[in-house]
Design a protein around this ligand. Structure first.
Ligand code: CA
Ligand code: CA
Length: 348
Protein backbone atom coordinates (compact mmCIF):
# COMPACT_ATOMS: atom_id res chain seq x y z
CA UNK A 1 0.00 0.00 0.00
CA UNK A 2 1.35 3.39 -0.90
CA UNK A 3 1.63 5.37 2.33
CA UNK A 4 2.95 8.63 0.95
CA UNK A 5 4.59 10.25 -2.00
CA UNK A 6 5.79 13.71 -2.89
CA UNK A 7 7.56 15.42 -5.74
CA UNK A 8 7.93 18.59 -3.64
CA UNK A 9 5.88 20.52 -6.21
CA UNK A 10 3.59 22.03 -3.55
CA UNK A 11 6.56 24.30 -2.97
CA UNK A 12 6.51 24.17 0.81
CA UNK A 13 8.01 22.20 3.66
CA UNK A 14 4.60 22.36 5.35
CA UNK A 15 3.81 18.97 3.82
CA UNK A 16 6.15 17.47 6.46
CA UNK A 17 4.88 17.21 10.05
CA UNK A 18 8.29 18.03 11.48
CA UNK A 19 11.17 20.02 9.99
CA UNK A 20 14.39 20.74 11.87
CA UNK A 21 17.14 23.10 10.70
CA UNK A 22 16.84 24.65 7.30
CA UNK A 23 16.36 22.18 4.50
CA UNK A 24 14.90 24.06 1.53
CA UNK A 25 12.52 23.62 -1.36
CA UNK A 26 14.83 24.17 -4.32
CA UNK A 27 14.05 25.16 -7.86
CA UNK A 28 17.71 24.89 -8.85
CA UNK A 29 17.37 21.24 -9.72
CA UNK A 30 14.50 18.76 -10.01
CA UNK A 31 14.20 15.21 -11.24
CA UNK A 32 10.51 15.65 -12.01
CA UNK A 33 8.66 18.94 -12.23
CA UNK A 34 10.40 22.09 -11.07
CA UNK A 35 11.26 21.49 -7.46
CA UNK A 36 13.20 19.28 -5.12
CA UNK A 37 14.22 19.13 -1.48
CA UNK A 38 17.70 20.50 -0.76
CA UNK A 39 19.90 19.77 2.22
CA UNK A 40 22.79 22.20 2.38
CA UNK A 41 24.85 20.05 4.74
CA UNK A 42 25.16 22.70 7.42
CA UNK A 43 24.23 21.76 10.96
CA UNK A 44 21.30 19.51 11.74
CA UNK A 45 18.73 19.33 8.95
CA UNK A 46 15.93 16.83 8.69
CA UNK A 47 12.33 16.25 7.69
CA UNK A 48 9.98 13.66 9.13
CA UNK A 49 7.76 11.97 6.56
CA UNK A 50 3.99 12.09 7.22
CA UNK A 51 3.50 8.37 7.58
CA UNK A 52 0.92 6.93 9.84
CA UNK A 53 0.18 3.27 9.63
CA UNK A 54 -0.79 0.72 12.21
CA UNK A 55 1.35 -1.80 10.43
CA UNK A 56 4.36 0.48 10.14
CA UNK A 57 7.42 -1.13 11.51
CA UNK A 58 7.45 -4.63 10.21
CA UNK A 59 7.90 -4.17 6.49
CA UNK A 60 8.28 -1.03 4.45
CA UNK A 61 9.97 0.28 1.35
CA UNK A 62 11.40 3.75 0.94
CA UNK A 63 12.44 5.38 -2.33
CA UNK A 64 14.11 8.70 -2.99
CA UNK A 65 16.01 10.09 -5.94
CA UNK A 66 19.20 11.90 -4.96
CA UNK A 67 21.60 14.25 -6.67
CA UNK A 68 24.92 14.60 -4.85
CA UNK A 69 27.47 17.18 -5.95
CA UNK A 70 30.14 16.57 -3.32
CA UNK A 71 30.82 13.64 -1.04
CA UNK A 72 30.74 14.24 2.72
CA UNK A 73 33.94 14.59 4.73
CA UNK A 74 32.73 11.93 7.17
CA UNK A 75 29.95 9.33 7.14
CA UNK A 76 26.69 11.24 6.69
CA UNK A 77 23.21 9.94 7.38
CA UNK A 78 20.82 10.21 4.44
CA UNK A 79 17.77 8.42 5.80
CA UNK A 80 16.97 7.24 9.28
CA UNK A 81 14.41 4.67 10.41
CA UNK A 82 13.97 5.27 14.13
CA UNK A 83 13.04 2.38 16.36
CA UNK A 84 10.69 2.48 19.29
CA UNK A 85 13.40 3.10 21.88
CA UNK A 86 17.14 3.14 22.46
CA UNK A 87 17.19 -0.59 22.85
CA UNK A 88 15.17 -1.42 19.80
CA UNK A 89 16.37 -1.82 16.29
CA UNK A 90 16.79 1.16 14.12
CA UNK A 91 18.46 1.65 10.82
CA UNK A 92 20.56 4.43 9.36
CA UNK A 93 21.64 4.62 5.73
CA UNK A 94 24.74 6.74 5.30
CA UNK A 95 26.95 7.95 2.50
CA UNK A 96 30.68 7.53 3.09
CA UNK A 97 33.41 10.01 2.07
CA UNK A 98 34.52 7.54 -0.61
CA UNK A 99 31.03 7.17 -2.10
CA UNK A 100 30.17 3.83 -0.54
CA UNK A 101 26.90 3.23 1.25
CA UNK A 102 26.89 2.29 4.92
CA UNK A 103 23.86 0.54 6.38
CA UNK A 104 24.03 0.85 10.14
CA UNK A 105 21.77 -1.47 12.10
CA UNK A 106 21.40 -0.86 15.79
CA UNK A 107 19.91 -2.90 18.58
CA UNK A 108 21.86 -2.66 21.83
CA UNK A 109 25.03 -2.56 19.72
CA UNK A 110 25.72 -1.20 16.29
CA UNK A 111 26.38 -3.30 13.23
CA UNK A 112 27.85 -1.75 10.10
CA UNK A 113 27.44 -3.10 6.58
CA UNK A 114 29.38 -1.38 3.79
CA UNK A 115 28.81 -1.57 0.07
CA UNK A 116 31.71 -2.28 -2.22
CA UNK A 117 30.15 -0.22 -4.99
CA UNK A 118 30.04 3.57 -4.93
CA UNK A 119 27.46 6.12 -6.01
CA UNK A 120 27.96 8.48 -8.93
CA UNK A 121 28.14 12.22 -8.39
CA UNK A 122 26.31 14.91 -10.36
CA UNK A 123 23.47 12.74 -11.66
CA UNK A 124 20.14 11.66 -10.24
CA UNK A 125 20.20 8.17 -8.81
CA UNK A 126 17.52 6.10 -7.11
CA UNK A 127 18.03 5.17 -3.49
CA UNK A 128 15.73 2.48 -2.13
CA UNK A 129 15.68 0.95 1.31
CA UNK A 130 13.69 -2.16 2.15
CA UNK A 131 13.04 -3.13 5.75
CA UNK A 132 11.38 -6.49 6.39
CA UNK A 133 11.62 -7.22 10.08
CA UNK A 134 11.07 -10.89 10.70
CA UNK A 135 12.69 -13.43 12.96
CA UNK A 136 13.08 -15.74 9.95
CA UNK A 137 13.88 -14.60 6.41
CA UNK A 138 13.96 -10.93 7.30
CA UNK A 139 15.72 -8.48 4.97
CA UNK A 140 17.43 -5.13 5.41
CA UNK A 141 18.60 -3.89 2.03
CA UNK A 142 19.78 -0.76 0.24
CA UNK A 143 19.52 -0.56 -3.53
CA UNK A 144 20.91 2.05 -5.88
CA UNK A 145 19.21 2.23 -9.29
CA UNK A 146 17.70 -1.18 -8.61
CA UNK A 147 21.02 -2.83 -7.83
CA UNK A 148 21.65 -4.29 -4.37
CA UNK A 149 24.40 -2.32 -2.65
CA UNK A 150 24.08 -3.61 0.91
CA UNK A 151 21.93 -6.42 2.25
CA UNK A 152 21.48 -8.40 5.40
CA UNK A 153 19.12 -11.33 5.70
CA UNK A 154 18.05 -13.58 8.53
CA UNK A 155 16.63 -12.50 11.87
CA UNK A 156 16.05 -8.78 11.40
CA UNK A 157 13.73 -8.59 14.40
CA UNK A 158 16.55 -8.89 16.88
CA UNK A 159 15.55 -7.25 20.07
CA UNK A 160 16.16 -6.70 23.67
CA UNK A 161 14.30 -9.23 25.73
CA UNK A 162 10.64 -8.39 26.03
CA UNK A 163 10.70 -5.36 23.75
CA UNK A 164 9.60 -5.84 20.21
CA UNK A 165 11.50 -4.08 17.46
CA UNK A 166 9.47 -1.76 15.30
CA UNK A 167 10.24 1.14 13.05
CA UNK A 168 7.89 4.01 13.70
CA UNK A 169 8.93 6.68 11.26
CA UNK A 170 11.19 7.74 8.41
CA UNK A 171 13.47 10.77 8.61
CA UNK A 172 15.47 12.23 5.74
CA UNK A 173 18.60 14.01 6.96
CA UNK A 174 20.15 14.16 10.40
CA UNK A 175 18.97 11.51 12.86
CA UNK A 176 17.78 12.64 16.28
CA UNK A 177 19.72 9.96 18.00
CA UNK A 178 22.88 8.27 16.88
CA UNK A 179 25.15 6.03 18.91
CA UNK A 180 27.80 7.90 20.82
CA UNK A 181 30.61 6.38 18.79
CA UNK A 182 29.30 7.73 15.51
CA UNK A 183 28.39 11.35 16.16
CA UNK A 184 28.74 12.90 12.79
CA UNK A 185 29.59 16.23 11.28
CA UNK A 186 26.89 17.22 8.83
CA UNK A 187 28.73 18.00 5.63
CA UNK A 188 26.73 16.36 2.84
CA UNK A 189 24.69 18.55 0.55
CA UNK A 190 22.20 16.84 -1.73
CA UNK A 191 18.95 17.28 -3.63
CA UNK A 192 16.06 14.84 -3.17
CA UNK A 193 12.96 14.35 -5.32
CA UNK A 194 10.16 11.88 -6.08
CA UNK A 195 10.06 10.42 -2.58
CA UNK A 196 7.68 7.52 -1.92
CA UNK A 197 6.95 4.95 0.78
CA UNK A 198 5.13 1.62 0.53
CA UNK A 199 4.26 -0.89 3.18
CA UNK A 200 3.45 -4.54 2.48
CA UNK A 201 -0.33 -4.40 2.80
CA UNK A 202 -2.74 -5.03 -0.06
CA UNK A 203 -2.16 -6.15 -3.63
CA UNK A 204 -0.82 -2.85 -4.97
CA UNK A 205 2.34 -0.93 -4.09
CA UNK A 206 3.27 -3.52 -1.50
CA UNK A 207 6.97 -3.99 -2.13
CA UNK A 208 9.97 -2.26 -3.71
CA UNK A 209 8.83 0.88 -5.50
CA UNK A 210 11.30 1.02 -8.36
CA UNK A 211 11.45 3.69 -11.02
CA UNK A 212 8.64 6.21 -11.38
CA UNK A 213 7.86 9.90 -11.64
CA UNK A 214 5.58 12.02 -9.45
CA UNK A 215 3.65 14.73 -11.27
CA UNK A 216 1.67 17.66 -9.96
CA UNK A 217 -1.81 18.32 -11.40
CA UNK A 218 -3.22 21.57 -10.07
CA UNK A 219 -6.84 22.70 -10.42
CA UNK A 220 -7.21 24.61 -13.68
CA UNK A 221 -10.93 25.06 -14.31
CA UNK A 222 -14.48 25.23 -12.97
CA UNK A 223 -15.88 21.86 -11.97
CA UNK A 224 -19.34 20.44 -11.39
CA UNK A 225 -19.62 21.91 -7.86
CA UNK A 226 -18.86 25.50 -6.80
CA UNK A 227 -20.58 25.68 -3.41
CA UNK A 228 -17.76 27.34 -1.49
CA UNK A 229 -17.22 31.09 -1.66
CA UNK A 230 -14.10 32.38 -3.42
CA UNK A 231 -12.25 35.50 -2.29
CA UNK A 232 -12.31 36.67 -5.89
CA UNK A 233 -12.75 35.20 -9.34
CA UNK A 234 -13.39 31.53 -10.00
CA UNK A 235 -13.09 29.06 -7.13
CA UNK A 236 -10.35 27.03 -8.82
CA UNK A 237 -8.11 30.06 -9.26
CA UNK A 238 -8.12 30.65 -5.49
CA UNK A 239 -6.83 27.14 -4.73
CA UNK A 240 -4.46 26.53 -7.63
CA UNK A 241 -1.95 29.22 -6.63
CA UNK A 242 0.42 29.12 -3.65
CA UNK A 243 -0.96 32.22 -1.90
CA UNK A 244 -2.80 31.96 1.41
CA UNK A 245 -4.59 35.24 0.70
CA UNK A 246 -6.67 33.60 -2.02
CA UNK A 247 -8.95 30.81 -0.84
CA UNK A 248 -12.45 29.39 -0.87
CA UNK A 249 -14.46 29.21 2.34
CA UNK A 250 -17.79 28.23 3.85
CA UNK A 251 -19.52 28.40 7.23
CA UNK A 252 -21.76 25.46 6.44
CA UNK A 253 -21.34 21.69 6.34
CA UNK A 254 -21.95 19.62 3.21
CA UNK A 255 -20.67 22.19 0.74
CA UNK A 256 -18.65 20.80 -2.16
CA UNK A 257 -16.18 22.34 -4.56
CA UNK A 258 -14.69 20.37 -7.43
CA UNK A 259 -12.27 21.51 -10.10
CA UNK A 260 -10.90 20.18 -13.33
CA UNK A 261 -7.15 19.59 -13.19
CA UNK A 262 -4.25 20.33 -15.47
CA UNK A 263 -2.42 17.69 -17.44
CA UNK A 264 0.88 16.73 -15.85
CA UNK A 265 3.87 18.45 -17.35
CA UNK A 266 5.61 15.20 -18.21
CA UNK A 267 8.54 15.05 -20.52
CA UNK A 268 8.65 11.30 -20.99
CA UNK A 269 5.98 8.79 -21.98
CA UNK A 270 3.69 7.67 -19.17
CA UNK A 271 3.42 3.98 -18.43
CA UNK A 272 1.32 2.66 -15.58
CA UNK A 273 -0.30 4.98 -13.07
CA UNK A 274 0.47 3.26 -9.76
CA UNK A 275 -1.23 5.65 -7.36
CA UNK A 276 -2.71 9.12 -6.97
CA UNK A 277 -2.64 11.38 -3.96
CA UNK A 278 -5.09 14.23 -3.45
CA UNK A 279 -3.93 16.94 -1.07
CA UNK A 280 -5.14 20.32 0.08
CA UNK A 281 -4.27 22.95 2.64
CA UNK A 282 -7.01 23.92 5.09
CA UNK A 283 -7.68 25.77 8.35
CA UNK A 284 -10.58 27.13 10.36
CA UNK A 285 -10.84 30.82 11.21
CA UNK A 286 -12.77 30.13 14.41
CA UNK A 287 -11.67 28.26 17.47
CA UNK A 288 -13.83 25.26 16.85
CA UNK A 289 -11.05 22.74 16.50
CA UNK A 290 -12.26 19.21 16.82
CA UNK A 291 -15.75 20.09 15.66
CA UNK A 292 -15.04 20.84 12.02
CA UNK A 293 -14.19 18.28 9.40
CA UNK A 294 -13.41 18.18 5.71
CA UNK A 295 -13.01 15.43 3.20
CA UNK A 296 -11.36 15.21 -0.22
CA UNK A 297 -13.68 14.64 -3.17
CA UNK A 298 -13.09 12.98 -6.52
CA UNK A 299 -15.55 13.13 -9.40
CA UNK A 300 -15.11 10.90 -12.41
CA UNK A 301 -17.42 10.02 -15.27
CA UNK A 302 -18.49 7.03 -13.19
CA UNK A 303 -19.44 8.83 -10.00
CA UNK A 304 -18.22 10.69 -6.97
CA UNK A 305 -16.08 9.66 -4.07
CA UNK A 306 -15.92 11.45 -0.74
CA UNK A 307 -12.78 10.49 1.11
CA UNK A 308 -11.90 10.09 4.75
CA UNK A 309 -12.82 12.81 7.24
CA UNK A 310 -10.01 15.17 8.19
CA UNK A 311 -10.01 17.38 11.27
CA UNK A 312 -9.48 21.11 10.88
CA UNK A 313 -7.36 23.25 13.19
CA UNK A 314 -6.69 26.98 13.39
CA UNK A 315 -3.31 26.51 11.76
CA UNK A 316 -3.05 25.65 8.10
CA UNK A 317 -2.36 21.95 7.66
CA UNK A 318 -1.87 19.81 4.58
CA UNK A 319 -4.37 17.01 4.36
CA UNK A 320 -3.94 14.17 1.91
CA UNK A 321 -5.34 10.84 0.87
CA UNK A 322 -3.66 8.23 -1.27
CA UNK A 323 -5.86 6.45 -3.80
CA UNK A 324 -4.35 3.38 -5.38
CA UNK A 325 -7.28 2.85 -7.70
CA UNK A 326 -10.22 4.82 -9.03
CA UNK A 327 -12.46 4.88 -5.95
CA UNK A 328 -15.59 5.39 -8.05
CA UNK A 329 -15.14 2.10 -9.95
CA UNK A 330 -12.49 0.19 -7.95
CA UNK A 331 -10.60 -0.20 -11.21
CA UNK A 332 -6.97 0.61 -11.83
CA UNK A 333 -6.11 4.19 -12.60
CA UNK A 334 -5.30 5.09 -16.16
CA UNK A 335 -3.82 8.36 -17.34
CA UNK A 336 -7.08 9.10 -19.19
CA UNK A 337 -9.11 8.65 -16.00
CA UNK A 338 -6.74 10.85 -14.04
CA UNK A 339 -6.81 13.59 -16.64
CA UNK A 340 -10.59 13.57 -16.86
CA UNK A 341 -11.42 13.56 -13.17
CA UNK A 342 -12.29 16.51 -10.99
CA UNK A 343 -10.85 16.95 -7.53
CA UNK A 344 -12.12 19.00 -4.66
CA UNK A 345 -13.19 19.16 -1.05
CA UNK A 346 -16.35 18.84 1.03
CA UNK A 347 -17.11 20.57 4.32
CA UNK A 348 -18.49 18.25 6.98
CA1 CA B 1 9.91 17.53 -8.11
CA1 CA C 1 -4.61 30.31 -2.72
Amino acid sequence: MRLFHTGLEAGTLDIFPDVVGSPEISSVRARTGERSLYFSGEGIQRVLLPINSTVLGYEMYFRMYMFVENLPTSAQTIVFFPGASYYNLYLLVKLMPDGRILMYEHYLYGYSYYSTKTIELNKWFRLEVGVAMYAVDGVLEVRINGETFVSRTGNTRRRRSGIESRIFGIVIGSPWYIPSDTYETNTLSFYADDIAVNDYVGDKNNSWIGDSFIYLMRPNGVGAYSQLTPVAGDNYSCVSDESESTYVSTSDPNKIDTYSIEEPDYDSPIGTVTSAQISYKIRTAENRSGKLLSAPVIKTGSGEYVGNDKGITMEYLYEREVLEEDPTTNEDWTLTKIKNMEIGVKSK
